[in-house]
Design a protein. Structure first.
Length: 901
């Protein structure tokens, strides 16, 4: 047993010993896997480094060369017109004043280095400490949130690179900064910087900045002056002391504190400098303006608004700026505004702002920004800067445009002009304090009624009206109902209104008004700045509102008639804003307005014109009787657009498939019936599918016959009857003839005919007949006119033997006469009896029932002219209606009325 036990123990030991080598193998396997992972990561890292190195090498290789010519600071922006012709070079190199580094006072150097690059003289082009801080900021806040650029890097960026905030541009910038430090001394690089840095208002370099802000030479600068200049470049326009003195003073004091911190100035000097009011420092100097300054100012505004481009970059990076300027039109606009030869302005303080734009593209062709030549760059621009109340010119944008778009209103849409209030109970007044009752949208716009406009706005709703206006480029924050007729808190500019109206003329497609199409950087990089078109409304909205605004210019009551351009279809709207009662009393204004507008367009061009005064103290637009001041906006529009359309073919506005033109009754808006007078039919435009389909019953009445005449002709022993009826209704009616013999008898129907003549043969002698004619509808038996009647008397028969024999002979001759030889009835001038032209039923026989042919024949001749065919038909009359007395002694016309047809 013991042996067996030992054997078992030995076997266990041997088993345990046999397991140990297996555990060692597992450890070896684990170490091997870790090694593989480490090696793989190492390889990936090396590959990443290699790839990164290759990428960096490629980026550096594509970096521009350090061209010495570019370091001469001749990289001024060039501006081109819409034909690619160079207009001007802004701040040309020969006009830029620079300073040698030795001419720059230490106080200015210290101020600049304290705020921009305190370790400038210590680094090799890159400040690694600042880079580390910037990396942390960019990781936490996003790339580009904080920069670490040294002065050397800023020089490189301004002179050689585009303004893109990308890793590629940043790597190239760092590489070139190191290269620049290798080729130039620190003083040379600082000199480049000080002569190129941007100081707002198109001023570059410390020499010009010192002159512009203080009217000083560099050597005259104080601590506070140097600190102010050093602080501006970070945000030039914001820290411009003329525009934002409080912000500029805060920034200046920050720089002073940094100079104190880095021991560039003493605490006492710092305190004294901080206590100097910024207003005491400033003494502005002016510089000659550029050509077309009003237009150039807007160009600069648009370039500065480009993401990634700082205002300081414009004049230092050699930009090529391609614009939409039409030099010929710009010159004409400036001439019209400034010369006084074309438009007579009341005084020099009367201002105007004009924007002329391509309707289809939004490209601004000319800008009239001021009436006097510009005193310098960035002068106050009355076309782009002000925010003035648009008055009624806002109605298409906030009232009728949204209503058509939302409710599919037609040009005929009925609105009630009546006493009305805003939602808060404030009364809404028309300019004339009168009300027109129910009128169409077309008439409401044509006559510029306020009440219908406010009602349209209220029906649309504030939010939808606001959205519609914003889609047309207007900046609308919180709007109220008063905005519907121009009661703006901040207002709009001529530039904005041109863009908004242009969309109506472009089938509802809005193109943001712009003066710049593209910019090109020194490195060849191009940015296309053409705005993307935006569908702002339905095409039916654009067309219907446009057609209504055409009536403003072309209508007999249109407020914009003075703006009409000969031979050019124009749509547009007037606008004016009023003074409050308090303002009228304060400035003794009897009849005057603040602002006067006309904005309009053709299919080719759009023009927006504002006129008025800068403030109430300067004056007001006189609207009293005999004054033409309120007409100037319309006259300016007409002059500019007439000139601009010379050589341009402006087609009429094309109706889209979504619209139909329908003739309707003026009073009912329904389809006209066959009885609607043509004078009551008007043509209006409807969104397809909303046009009227019901026919009106308004005018389904029958007119009485006109010019009813009856005359007895003794020779034929017959009564000739004729009448007239409006030509447009003749096919719709027949005519019922009735006759009454003697007094008080019943009327007997003779016939219902489509003709307007009738003959009664062989009437009874000595009898007075009343003849009645009624128009009867061919389609509606119940529709008849009031009858028209006339009387005629047949004289007594003359009984004489000779006459009897003669009569018998004549009758015998008539029987023997072939039809083709039968005599024709006598001329009308032989008729007896008088006629009743007005068909009122009065007795029209002669007093003595005589047969005075000479006195009565001419009168009947005119009335019976329409019965001229009688002569061809008389033979039939003679055969049918001859001698009824030979058949019976009691024969009369009542027994056998005979028609001559």
């Amino acid at each position: 047993m013991s042996e067996n036990y030992r054997s078992r123990q030995e076997r266990k030991q041997r088993q345990n010993q046999s397991k140990k080598p297996d555990g060692t193998k597992k450890k070896i396997k684990k170490k091997s896997l870790a090694k593989k992972i480490f090696m793989t990561l190492g390889i990936i890292t090396l590959l990443a480094i290699l790839a990164g190195g290759i990428t960096v090498f490629a980026i550096i290789k594509n970096a521009p060369e350090l061209d010495p010519d570019k370091l001469k600071l001749a990289q001024n922006p060039q501006i081109f017109d819409n034909d690619g012709e160079l207009i001007t070079i802004l701040q040309a190199a020969e006009n830029r004043r620079s300073a040698d580094i030795d001419e720059v006072p230490d106080v200015l150097k210290d101020a600049v280095l304290s705020v921009e690059d305190i370790r400038f003289y210590d680094h090799f082009g890159l400040d690694l400490r600042r880079i580390g801080g910037a990396i942390i900021s960019n990781i936490t806040s996003g790339f580009g949130s904080e920069g670490a650029s040294t002065i050397t890097q800023q020089v490189v960026k301004n002179l050689f690179l585009s303004m893109d905030k990308t890793w590629t541009r940043k790597l190239q910038e760092q590489y070139l900064a190191i290269r620049l430090e290798q080729k130039y001394t620190k003083d040379q690089i600082l000199e480049m910087y000080l002569n190129a840095i941007y100081y707002s208002d198109s001023r570059y370099g410390v020499v010009e900045a010192a002159d512009y802000y203080f009217s000083k030479e560099l050597s005259e600068l104080t601590i506070e002056d140097a600190a102010l200049l050093a602080g501006i470049p970070q945000r030039p326009n914001y820290y411009n002391p003329f525009n934002n003195p409080e912000a500029a003073e805060t920034r200046r004091n920050t720089v002073i504190s940094l100079m104190e911190k880095y021991e560039k100035i003493s605490t006492e000097d710092a305190e004294a400098a901080r206590n100097v009011p910024i207003e005491e420092q400033l003494q502005k100097s002016e510089r000659e303006a550029h050509p077309y300054q009003a237009f150039i100012d807007q160009v600069l505004n648009e370039v500065e608004a480009i993401d990634g481009i700082e205002a300081s970059d414009i004049y230092t990076t050699g930009l090529k700026i391609y614009t939409t300027l039409d030099q010929d039109l710009q010159k004409h606009v400036e001439h019209v505004m400034q010369s006084g030869d074309v438009i007579e302005f009341p005084d020099d303080k009367y201002q105007a702002g004009i924007t002329l734009m391509d309707t289809k593209t939004g490209e601004v062709l000319a800008i009239g920004g001021f009436r006097e030549p510009a005193e310098g760059v960035r002068s106050w621009n009355w076309a782009t800067n002000p925010r003035r109340s648009p008055g009624s010119s806002i109605k298409p944008i906030l009232d009728y445009g949204p209503a058509v778009d939302k409710f599919k209103w037609s040009t005929y849409q009925q609105l009630v002009d009546e006493p009305h209030t805003y939602s808060d109970g404030t009364p809404v007044n028309n300019y004339d304090r009168q009300y027109l009752g129910t009128i169409s949208m077309r008439k409401a716009m044509e006559t510029s009624r306020n009440v219908p406009a406010v009602k349209a706005f209220q029906e649309v709703g504030i939010e939808d009206a606001k959205k519609f206006g914003e889609q047309l480029g207007l900046e609308l924050d919180e709007i109220q109902e008063a905005y519907s007729i121009g009661g703006f808190a901040t207002g709009v500019s001529s530039f904005q209104m041109a863009g908004a109206y242009g969309a109506f003329g472009n089938n509802g497609v809005y193109n943001e008004p712009h003066t710049v199409t593209k910019i090109e950087f020194l490195d060849g990089h191009v940015i296309d700045l053409t705005p993307e078109p935006v569908v702002a409304m339905n095409d039916y909205t654009a067309f219907i509102v446009t057609d209504v605004m055409k009536t403003v210019v072309e209508g007999s009551e249109g407020t914009g008639r003075l703006a009409a351009v000969p031979g050019v279809p124009i749509a547009g709207k007037t606008g004016s804003s009023n003074y409050s009662e308090e303002e009228k009393q304060k400035y003794n204004i009897q009849n005057g307005i603040k602002d006067s507008w006309f904005v309009g367009y053709s299919t080719e061009l759009t023009a927006s014109v504002w006129t008025g005064y800068a403030n109430n103290e300067d004056g007001y637009i006189d609207t009293s009787s005999g004054s033409t001041e309120g007409q100037i906006a319309r006259l300016l529009f007409k002059e500019v657009m007439t000139y601009a359309h010379e050589g341009r073919e402006a087609a009429d506005f094309e109706m889209p498939d979504s619209v139909v033109k329908v003739g309707i009754e003026r009073s009912t808006g329904l389809l006209p019936s066959d009885f609607t007078p043509s004078s009551e039919i008007i043509y209006e435009y409807f969104v397809r599918g909303t046009e009227p389909t019901k026919e009106s019953e308004e005018f389904i009445t029958a007119d009485s016959v006109q010019s009813l005449n009856a005359a007895y002709r003794e020779e034929e022993h017959a009564i000739y009857i004729s009448w007239n009826y409006p030509e447009e209704y003749r096919d719709l009616f027949s005519f019922k003839l009735e006759v009454q013999s003697g007094e008080g008898g019943d009327f007997t129907t003779l016939d219902v005919t489509n003709d307007m003549q009738y003959v009664i043969n062989n009437p009874d002698y000595g009898t007075t007949y009343t003849i009645r004619v009624t128009a009867v509808s061919n389609s509606d038996e119940g529709l008849t006119s009031d009858p028209a009647s006339v009387q005629v008397t047949v004289p007594e028969e003359e009984i004489d033997g000779e006459d009897d024999d003669s009569t018998d002979e004549e009758e015998q001759n008539e029987e023997e006469t072939p039809p083709e030889q039968e005599e024709t009835p006598p001329d009308d001038n032989e008729d007896d009896g008088e006629t009743n032209d007005d068909g009122n039923g009065d007795d029209n026989t002669n007093e003595d029932n005589g047969t005075d042919d000479e006195s009565n024949g001419d009168q009947d001749s005119d009335d019976l002219t329409q019965a001229a065919p009688y002569q061809e038909r008389f033979s039939a009359l003679a055969l049918i209606g001859r001698s009824p007395s030979r058949l019976t002694n009691t024969w009369s016309m009542e027994h056998l009325p005979v028609r001559l047809f």
